[in-house]
Design a protein. Structure first.
Length: 123
């Protein structure tokens, strides 16, 4: 009968503990990320979490585009949730596929916004 290396067993235990720890981290579902209109947060305390899709140098060369505005907004909400936000403001959606300059006819929608964490129970 062959015995397993104790180092291998320790590695397996570490991996399982890490996976269990990651699974228990609460993530805010992207569907609960509210889109606030201009002036809607006036007088409401909030913290800016980040700029979605404009903070990275990669978006200057490879912006995330989608075939519909709904898909672009869903992705925007998912990224805001990943940043720890519970809302987004200043949402802008643009069609990046200029039909007069491109042979492609399908839309390439890019949405960007500011991710915010609205403080509840204050004000």
């Amino acid at each position: 009968m062959k015995t397993r290396d104790p180092l291998f067993s320790a590695l397996i235990v570490c991996v399982l503990c890490t996976l269990c720890g990651c699974a228990s981290v609460p993530q805010e579902p992207s569907a609960e990320i509210r889109i606030y209109k201009s002036g809607e947060l006036l007088g409401t305390p909030y913290d800016s979490v980040g700029h979605v899709w404009v903070d990275s140098w990669r978006t200057a060369f490879f912006p995330p585009t989608y075939p519909s505005e709904d898909e672009a907004l869903r992705s925007l909400r998912e990224e805001a949730a990943r940043l720890g936000a519970n809302g987004i403001v200043n949402v802008v959606c643009l069609d990046q596929n200029l039909r007069e300059k491109s042979a492609k006819t399908e839309p390439a929608i890019l949405c960007y916004a500011n991710a915010v964490r609205v403080r509840s129970g204050e004000g």
